[in-house]
Design a protein around this ligand. Structure first.
Ligand SMILES: CC(C)(COP(=O)(O)OP(=O)(O)OC[C@H]1O[C@@H](n2cnc3c(N)ncnc32)[C@H](O)[C@@H]1OP(=O)(O)O)[C@@H](O)C(=O)NCCC(=O)NCCS
Length: 154
């Protein structure tokens, strides 16, 4: 499967608002929506997010189909926090997140000139932990429910 990451655009809201309303996607993440998300709410959110200078947001394309989002937030002092979801669950387990994570981390070090990228992952999120390990993230610390992992520019 050919995986690309492209800058997130307003039109992505027409698809991504549906993913916001699938609890299966948010089960093991920190960003679970607390109410029904309409297309207008998602559009408004994208409009603000894509002009926020401390964030870089991308759409994940698998063979040309929009399947999820990957982003860096809290960009400051040469570091940023990484997040990813594959909203179209029919694409889970096909290597899409692994490829998108590699591309996002490469971009962080080559184009955005960061020195390190970190993330928080739920201990029970075995698929995500596997993706991050395959992409060079290593455990830094943990609390009761989550592990902090990071990767540094080599
Ligand atoms: C976690 C997530 C990003 C993984 O995306 P994906 O495209 O399915 O990931 P990949 O196919 O690249 O890799 C998943 C790996 O985990 C493995 N895996 C999947 N489910 C697993 C499980 N329950 N236990 C152990 N390993 C598991 C797969 O076999 C694969 O490893 P492999 O390539 O060595 O076979 C996706 O499931 C998702 O978006 N989940 C909801 C949102 C989320 O949890 N985001 C991360 C928050 S930190």
């Amino acid at each position: 499967m050919k995986v690309d990451i492209i800058p997130l655009r307003e039109e992505h809201a027409l698809i991504s608002y549906k993913w916001r309303n699938n609890p299966e996607v948010w089960l093991l993440t920190g960003g679970r929506p607390d109410r029904h998300v309409t297309v207008e709410m998602e559009l408004e959110w994208i409009r603000k997010a894509i002009v926020n200078p401390s964030q870089k947001r991308y759409a994940i394309m698998a063979d040309g189909t929009y399947v999820g989002n990957v982003q860096l937030t809290d960009i400051k002092d040469g570091s940023a926090q990484f997040h990813i979801f594959i909203g179209d669950t029919s694409y889970w387990g096909k290597g899409v997140a692994t490829e998108a994570t590699k591309q996002m981390v490469d971009l962080a070090f080559s184009k955005i000139d960061l020195k390190s990228v970190y993330l928080w992952v739920n201990k029970k999120n075995a698929a995500a932990r596997k993706v991050y390990e395959k992409c060079g993230f290593a455990e830094e610390s943990s609390n009761e429910n989550e592990i902090r992992m990071s990767v540094s520019k080599s």
